[in-house]
Design a protein around this ligand. Sequence first.
Ligand code: NAP
Length: 308
Amino acid sequence: MAARVLDGTAVAQQIRGEVAPAVRAFTGRAGRPPGLGIVLVGDDPASEIYVRNKLKSAADAGLRADLHRLPAAAPLDDLLGLVEQLNRSEPHDGILVQSPLPAAMGADAERRVFDAIRADKDVDGLHPLNVGLLVQNRAALASCTPSGIIELLERSQVAIAGARAVVIGRSDIVGKPMALLLLHRHATVTICHSRTADLPAVARTADILVSAIGRAAFVTRDFIKPGAAVVDVGTTQVTDRAVVERLFAAGSKRRDAFEKRGALVVGDVHPEVGEVAGALSPVPGGVGPLTIAMLLKNTVAAAVARAG
Ligand code: NAP
């Protein structure tokens, strides 16, 4: 791979190093650590792993983090009741409801739950008040994954001001806040989605390309302007051997990982992109660790703001 690696793991480590003294200072002042309540509904295996990692990282950083579980068949009202309890809880500064929620909760369940979280405890930055503040470039709590990507680009000396940025994906949690954060740093931003005409041609205009789709190896070399910085957000669990064999050479680390586990998490960005891009944040080792580091940072920010 010719592209410089944008090392999310290293940048996440730096951020955690900066969070640690802030946690100590808050704990000393408040007589308690910053607190994070994580809610997990059901037993989706990927969500179990994400939640376990978040709990461990929070504990390692000296935060108080606790898990509140509900069964997959729980009614939405039970979840809303739990959120209300956490809203009122003094030692909880941040609340994170792990998505996706079970489909049985209803099509508008996520929106209702995110709306119900107190805005000053909304460490995922999904409450409409926080989204509005983000639009106006005065958000205190912005979505963790896109905030982490900004940290990655800035700390890796990728110039954002004046750059042409293309974001593929327009979700509330990644695509839209990503586009806004890039815009506020003076990039010229285009947002793409499943109806975008001639997506590769639009993507090829990008000095900074962020892909947040969730389709394995969808972004191929014809999407890339030579020298561009590419951030791969997508994660897709691949179990089809033929797909893995097409993407990764026999004897490579990724192929070995597949042979061991029978499954592989693959990003949106095809491995061949490394030959064209100037810089690349890969999957794994890119955006994932940053998301967790920003969750810790947001929780401490929420704790400090609540304490006045
Ligand atoms: P999402 O809500 O499913 O949104 C996916 C977006 O991709 C949608 O806007 C969709 O367009 C667009 N899209 C789908 N197929 C497309 C195509 N063929 N061409 C162009 N656009 C297409 O997903 P999300 O929550 O934003 O997450 C995106 C990916 O990032 C997922 O793989 C997720 O697992 C991963 N992720 C990783 C982390 C991490 O920490 N590593 C964090 C968050 C998310 P429409 O709007 O037109 O449907």
